[in-house]
Write a protein that binds this ligand. Sequence first.
Ligand SMILES: *[C@@H]1O[C@H](CO)[C@@H](O)[C@H](O)[C@H]1NC(C)=O
Ligand SMILES: *[C@@H]1O[C@H](CO)[C@@H](O)[C@H](O)[C@H]1NC(C)=O
Ligand SMILES: *[C@@H]1O[C@H](CO)[C@@H](O)[C@H](O)[C@H]1NC(C)=O
Ligand SMILES: *[C@@H]1O[C@H](CO)[C@@H](O)[C@H](O)[C@H]1NC(C)=O
Ligand SMILES: *[C@@H]1O[C@H](CO)[C@@H](O)[C@H](O)[C@H]1NC(C)=O
Ligand SMILES: *[C@@H]1O[C@H](CO)[C@@H](O)[C@H](O)[C@H]1NC(C)=O
Ligand SMILES: *[C@@H]1O[C@H](CO)[C@@H](O)[C@H](O)[C@H]1NC(C)=O
Ligand SMILES: *[C@@H]1O[C@H](CO)[C@@H](O)[C@H](O)[C@H]1NC(C)=O
Ligand SMILES: *[C@@H]1O[C@H](CO)[C@@H](O)[C@H](O)[C@H]1NC(C)=O
Length: 523
Amino acid sequence: MWSFVFIACTFWAAAPVFAVDVSIPLTAPTNASAISPSHVSFSIEQDRWTDWAQSEFLFNVLENLAGLSGEPPRFRIGADSEDRTNFQSGLKASETVFGPPTAATPYPEASSVVVGQAFYQAAQNLPSGTHVTWGVNFKSLNLTAAVLEAGAIASAFASFPSSSGLTLDAVEIGNEADLYSGGGFRPSGFSIAQYVPQWTSFAVNVSAAVPITLNSSVKFWGGAFAGSSHTTTGFSPQGLFSNGILSSTQGKEINTISQHVYSGSGLGCGTKNQCLQDLMSKAFIRGNLSVFSPDIAATKAEGLTYILGETNSYFDHGAANVSNTAGAALWALDYSLFASELGIERLYFHEGIGYKYNFIQPVTLNISVVDATPLNPPLPPHIQPAYYAAIIAAEAIGTSGTTSVIELSINNAFVSGYAFYIGGKLAKALFINSQGFFSGTTTARPSVQLALDIAGSGVAPTTMSVKRLVIGHADDTSGVTWGGQTYETSDGKVSGAVSVQNSTVGAGVNISATQAVLVTFGS
Ligand SMILES: *[C@@H]1O[C@H](CO)[C@@H](O)[C@H](O)[C@H]1NC(C)=O
Ligand SMILES: *[C@@H]1O[C@H](CO)[C@@H](O)[C@H](O)[C@H]1NC(C)=O
Ligand SMILES: *[C@@H]1O[C@H](CO)[C@@H](O)[C@H](O)[C@H]1NC(C)=O
Ligand SMILES: *[C@@H]1O[C@H](CO)[C@@H](O)[C@H](O)[C@H]1NC(C)=O
Ligand SMILES: *[C@@H]1O[C@H](CO)[C@@H](O)[C@H](O)[C@H]1NC(C)=O
Ligand SMILES: *[C@@H]1O[C@H](CO)[C@@H](O)[C@H](O)[C@H]1NC(C)=O
Ligand SMILES: *[C@@H]1O[C@H](CO)[C@@H](O)[C@H](O)[C@H]1NC(C)=O
Ligand SMILES: *[C@@H]1O[C@H](CO)[C@@H](O)[C@H](O)[C@H]1NC(C)=O
Ligand SMILES: *[C@@H]1O[C@H](CO)[C@@H](O)[C@H](O)[C@H]1NC(C)=O
C-alpha cells in the first residue's frame, strides 16, 4: 500500500492527469443504511454531570448540531462513576471525592459520588428534544441505591414539561460488568452465566421504580461491557442471549445492546505521530470495528438495536497530543460513518471534564488536559478539534429525516468516502484523507485527485459545491476551519463567513493529506 501511494504521487507530480476514480451511485443502493440525525452522540462521565448541565457553552454547541441535523445529540450519562454513585434524598449539591491530578491523568474520576434528586433534575437544561439514557449503580450490589437512583431519574423526567421534548430512552444497569471481578467487586471467575441472573434480579426492582414495562417508552440498555468475547460463553451479546437474558419479563424490555470500544491505551500507543497516524488510518478503523460484526448480527437477529454506548479514541481519557488533535477529528468522522456501514445505529463519544479526547470542554480548565501543568490564565470553555467531526456528520446527514449513507469503494490506502441520499436520491458525498501531515514536515503536502463518476440511470447532477475541513497539521490542537468558519469561539457559536467553491462534477475534487471535503450536488 505504501509503495502504491508513493508511486501514485510521483506519477501524479509528473502527469497531473493522475486520478483515483470514484464511482458514486445516483440512487441509493439497496444496502445503503438509514442514518440517524443523532448518529454522533455523547456519553458523559457522571461524576461532574452538573458541571455539564449548567454550561451555557455546552448548550450552544449542542444547539449548533441540532440546527444542522434537526436533532440534538443523545446523551448517555453514567460510565465508571455510575458504579460509584449512591443516592441521598434531599442532597442539593453532589458530594464527590477526587484523587489528586497526575501528569498522566490530570482529571481523575471521582472515587465516590453521592447525589440527590437535583442531580438528575439538572437534565432540564439540555436542548429541547434531547434523548437520555442514564446508568444506575450495579457494581456495589446495593439494590437500594440502584432503586433510589432509578426512581429519581424517572421522577426528573416525569417533571419536565412535554414542551421540553426531553425523553428518557433507557436505563443502564451497571457499567462494564465484565471488569468487575478484576477490580475485586465480584468473585474471581465471575461469568456471564452468573451475571445474567444478577442483572435480572436488579432489573425486577429497577423496572418497578421507573417503571419499565411492556407498554412504557422507557426501556433497558443491555450489555455495556468493556469488551466482547464474541462467544456464547463469555461477556458478549451472544453470551447474554444464550444465557437467557431476554427470557425474563425484564429482559424482554431490553431494546438495545450497548458495546464499549476504544482503539487502544492512551498510555502506550507509541510515538505521538505514529499513534495518531494509526488511529486515523482506514485499515485501523475498519479492523477495529469489523471485529464486532458477529455481535451486531447476533443482536439484530433478536430484533434489537446495536450501539456503541461508550467510545472514543484511546482509553485512559485519551492519548496526550493525539486524542486532542485535528487528526482525531478525521478519525472520529471516518469511524462514525464506517460504523453505520456495519449496522451500528449510533455512537456515544465519551466525554469527561478535562479529558484529552473530548469534543467539548464545557467549563473553565485550570490545568492542562495533556500533562496537568497549571494554566495561567485558565482556559475558558472551548471545543476540541473532534467537535468538527460531529458538525460535519450532522451537516452531511442534514434535516431530511430520510437520509441514508453508503461507503464508496476508493482504491487508496488513505482516502475514504461516503455518499448520502435523501429519499433515495444522491445529495452529497464526503471524502476523508487520513494521511497524516504533521508539523515540522518539510516536504510538500501530498494531495489525491479524485475523479467523480456518477453511475446509474437517470439524470446525473453536473454541478456541485465543495466545502473543506482545513487543518494546518494533523497534530494541531486548534486553528481548524470548516468551510472557512470556526467554532473556536468564546460562546461556541459559529463565526466567520461560509466559504464554498462551486464547481462541476466533471472537474473532480482534490483532497490534501489530513483534510475532509463535503461535496453537495446541484442540478
Ligand atoms: C425488590 O423487589 C422485591 C419484590 O417486589 C421487594 O420485596 C423488595 O423490597 C425490593 N427491594 C428493594 C431494595 O427495593
Ligand atoms: C446502600 O445504599 C443505601 C441508600 O443510599 C444506603 O443507605 C446504605 O448504607 C447502602 N448500603 C451499603 C452496604 O453501603
Ligand atoms: C399494554 O397495553 C395493551 C394494549 O393497550 C394492554 O392490553 C395490556 O394490558 C398492557 N400491558 C401492560 C403490562 O400494561
Ligand atoms: C486496532 O487495530 C490496530 C491495527 O490493526 C491494532 O494494532 C490494535 O490492536 C487494534 N485495537 C484494538 C483495541 O483492537
Ligand atoms: C504535548 O504537547 C505540548 C505542546 O507542544 C508539550 O508541551 C507537551 O510536552 C506534550 N505532552 C506530551 C505528554 O506529549
Ligand atoms: C453494498 O452492496 C455492494 C454491491 O453488492 C457491495 O459492493 C458493498 O460492499 C455493499 N456495502 C455494504 C455496506 O454492505
Ligand atoms: C477552575 O478554577 C475555578 C476558580 O477556582 C473553579 O471555579 C473551577 O471549578 C475550576 N475548574 C475545574 C474544572 O475544576
Ligand atoms: C454557488 O452555488 C450556490 C447554489 O447554486 C449559490 O447560491 C452560490 O451563490 C454560489 N457560490 C459562488 C461562490 O458562486
Ligand atoms: C487538482 O490538482 C491538479 C494538479 O495540481 C490540477 O491540475 C487540477 O486542476 C486540480 N483539480 C481541481 C478540481 O482543483
